[in-house]
Ligand binder design. Structure first.
Ligand code: SF4
Length: 440
């Protein structure tokens, strides 16, 4: 069995590499996307990918592949809120697999933001930033018996002194360089139509992970993958984008012709009875983009009745501090326009931002009541100090008891939903993680 080790540089003769993807929790979509990228290159397209859902299953798969002489790349991806649990899974897995049986590579937003902590928690290598080209290059390196540590877009701990060593950024390529999901293995997900974000909301990881500019997947490429999904039995399409009505635009403007062209072409590619969801999870709308004209385009093509709007706060001071780029009135206007067009707006509101005072939270709850009276539902969130963001070291403000009680009352009449309680717990865990220890 040839050991897979970051230091290995001698050529390996024998079977081609295999990929084992830890397909659980927050890593599922990322792993669909990066393993789908293998299909884009002739020399990696035949790489077998094994999707596993537990440490035991992963251990058995790695052990069997390694015993057959296969170099194994174990692929992991997780959000910050899953880091501690996933690191514990890795530790269990390592305890039950032969040393060096697989190269454990972590990618995604947390590993990119916290490479040293991720490596110290037990991963061999971190894929920094966008993972598609990096995974292709890693599989090629394993096939050639070359050191994966030399691949661009990776980080590792130096063998001599444990110092964090990086190889620079992974290339940021046009979105249509790679498929939006793993079609060969039937692992579909929402089609990413836009990557990166020109806005710079201080709580959000997107602009810091993918850069503060938009890259859009061209309409013909989106349609190509919709057709693939339909051929495989798919009947509905969702989109992944930071701000849905920014499709086709380079800046703050809305290009409704581009949105109309996208939705019309996708609708034409769907079979009768196929469903098209846009402007709802996971593709929300910025409030200032919601106009009667935009609603008319959506009403023409989409099947969703609900639209998700980013509102975030009822406090002008807090909106400005988090650099949202819109005011409170824009949120209320958007709700009125969406309701008039026949949609039910679900408005994201975020509580517990650093520096938020009880008066700010009271303003947010007043906004929540006005919005629900106007026909919206509230999707409530609690602030989490996410790695990679300007607020990563910030202390969440406590959600005051009156506000928590008001949120609970709104939940009681189904006017609000959301994970704010669980996120409050996750925020406390992130603060603790930052203080250390950094590994379980
Ligand atoms: S919250 Fe939305 S609009 Fe703001 S930076 Fe993140 S993705 Fe962009």
């Amino acid at each position: 069995m040839p050991p897979v080790h970051p230091e290995r540089a001698q050529r390996v003769e024998g079977p081609a590499p295999a990929v084992v993807a830890y397909h659980v929790r927050s890593g599922i979509v990322s792993l669909n996307v990066v393993t789908g990228a293998l299909a884009a290159a002739d020399d990696t397209a035949a790489t077998d990918v094994h999707f596993v859902r537990s440490p035991n299953e992963m251990a058995a798969t790695i052990t069997a592949l390694a015993a057959a002489g296969r170099p194994v790349l174990a692929a992991w991806s997780f959000y910050s809120t899953d880091f501690t649990r996933t690191a514990a899974d890795l530790a269990r897995l390592r305890a039950s697999t032969p040393a060096g049986a697989a190269l454990h590579v972590a990618g995604g937003v947390h590993a990119t933001s916290e490479p040293a902590a991720t490596l110290r928690a037990g991963w061999d290598l971190v894929a920094i930033g966008e993972g598609e080209a990096t995974l292709v290059a890693l599989v090629r390196a394993l096939a050639a018996g070359e050191s994966p540590r030399a691949i661009a877009g990776t980080a590792h701990l130096a063998a001599n002194d444990g110092a964090l060593t990086t190889t620079g950024a992974a290339p940021r390529l046009p979105l249509d360089t790679f498929p939006p999901f793993n079609a060969r293995d039937g692992r579909w997900n929402a089609i990413e139509i836009t990557r990166g974000c020109i806005y710079a909301c201080s709580f959000c990881q997107t602009p810091f992970m993918f850069k503060a500019r938009f890259r859009h997947r061209p309409v013909d490429d989106v349609v190509r993958w919709v057709r693939v999904m339909v051929e495989q039995g798919g009947r509905y399409v969702r989109f992944l984008t930071p701000t849905a009505l920014s499709y086709g635009s380079p800046d703050e403007r809305v290009d409704l012709a581009a949105v109309d062209a996208l939705l019309g072409a996708v609708r034409a590619a769907l079979p009768a009875g196929g469903k098209l969801y846009f402007g709802t999870f996971p593709s929300e709308l910025r409030p200032e983009h919601v106009t009667p004209e935009a609603m008319a385009v959506l009403a023409r093509w989409v099947d969703n009745r609900h639209l998700v709007l980013g509102g975030q706060s009822g406090s002008p001071r807090v909106l400005a501090a988090m650099r949202r780029g819109h005011d409170v009135a824009a949120v209320e206007r958007a709700v009125a326009v969406a309701v008039a067009a026949g949609f039910v707006p679900d408005v994201d509101l975020l509580l517990g931002l650093p520096g938020e005072e009880p008066d700010d939270q009271a303003l947010t709850m007043q906004l929540a009541r006005r919005l629900t009276d106007a026909g919206a539902r509230i999707h409530s969130h609690a602030f989490m100090p996410l790695p990679g963001t300007p607020l990563k070291d910030a202390q969440p403000a406590p959600i005051v008891p009156d506000v928590a009680a008001a949120l609970t009352a709104l939940e009681g009449r189904a006017a609000t939903y959301g994970q704010w309680r669980a996120q409050t717990t996750a925020a406390a865990e992130l603060v603790q993680l930052r203080r250390g220890p950094r590994s379980p």
